[in-house]
Design a protein around this ligand. Sequence first.
Ligand code: 13P
Length: 242
Amino acid sequence: MKLICANFKMNLLEEDIINYLDVIENKIDKNNTVFFPNNLYLKHFKDKNYLIGSQDISFKEFGSITGDTSPIQLKEFGITYTLIGHSERRLYFNDSKYISKKIALALKNNLKIVLCIGETLDEFNNQETFKVLKQELDEALKDSLNNLSNLNDNLIIAYEPIWAIGTGKIPTKDIIENTISFIKNYLKDTYNLNLKVLYGGSVNLDNIYLLDSISIVDGYLIGGASLDPTTFLALISKVSTY
Ligand code: 13P
């Protein structure tokens, strides 16, 4: 079964969320769909028994970190998943240096992690994609090397080329296939990890048929196309093994 992750980023207001939940009522597979709304709206999804995740967690459990939310607080609240290392967090919040700590803390608190990795357009054009992905994976895992079996059960990778996010552009089928197989093989050969790998970046109604034909892709991390409930339902209805 493919896993569908809906990342609302910093979008929508409470009345939109209430309407969203009305539209999707009884039309979603609750075991295979995870919603990542703004933390303010997690409760609405929780109350209807959807799987929920946060868009980030703190790199500490408690303390004087104004504006952050602890993995312990989020776990207590009832989230199952967290995104870690989204490129927007890396860009605006200098997140790259905290990712390995966040992963270790997420594991400690029994959260499932969706770790986002991906190259910039320059890196893609310079054929540095594999080098960048390898660096991002090594950096992310470095504080959890004594916990690899736990990673096997709780870590999912989302391959999101930065140049594909919000642009309407996606890599070719061959490139997605090769890149995801590189990620899976690298993790297997280097860390003995067998992980699911999602694709993210401009997943939409026009390209879902093509994406769905790539069997090595274990699911999707969807941004813009998840914001409108009707579009989101149409999109997931086209995923063959959803
Ligand atoms: P878009 O689907 O809007 O390109 O966003 C992808 C993304 O960043 C999901 O995390």
